[in-house]
Design a protein around this ligand. Structure first.
Ligand SMILES: [Zn+2]
Length: 118
C-alpha cells in the first residue's frame, strides 16, 4: 500500500508528465531543427514513464485524476492560505485542518481538483 504523501507526489509527477507529453505533441512548441525520430523516441519514453506511474498510483486516484484532468487540464493544484488555487474558493477550516493532522488526499469541494498543501 502506497502512502498518501507518496500518492500525492506521484499525482503531481503524473501531471508534469502529461504536460510534457502534450507539449511534445504540439507542433508550435517543437524546434524547427529538431529531428523527428529523436522527438518520437522522447514521447515514447514519457509514455512508458506515465504507464509505470499510473500503475503505482492505483485505479482510485488515477480515476479521479483522469476525470478532473479531462475537465480542467490541470487536476492537481496547490492550496495556499486555505484557498484552492484551481478555483480560488476558500476551503472550509475543517478540510484545511484535517489535512494537516491526517494527511489524506483531499479534493476541492467546489471544483473537484486534487489538492496539495504547500
Ligand atoms: Zn477548487
Amino acid at each position: 500500500m502506497v502512502s498518501t504523501r507518496k500518492t500525492l507526489r506521484l499525482l503531481v509527477t503524473l501531471q508534469d508528465l502529461d504536460l510534457m507529453i502534450r507539449e511534445s505533441h504540439d507542433p508550435a512548441s517543437k524546434g524547427e531543427e529538431e529531428d523527428m525520430g529523436f522527438e518520437l523516441k522522447n514521447v515514447e519514453t514519457l509514455q512508458t514513464a506515465r504507464t509505470k506511474l499510473a500503475e503505482q498510483i492505483g485505479p482510485r486516484w488515477l480515476g479521479v485524476y483522469e476525470r478532473v484532468a479531462r475537465r480542467y487540464g490541470r487536476a492537481v493544484v496547490p492550496v495556499q492560505e486555505r484557498i484552492c488555487l484551481g478555483c480560488f474558493v476558500t476551503l472550509p477550516t475543517s478540510i484545511a485542518h484535517k489535512n494537516l493532522e491526517d494527511p489524506e488526499i483531499t479534493v476541492c469541494e467546489n471544483c473537484g481538483r486534487i489538492l496539495y498543501w504547500l
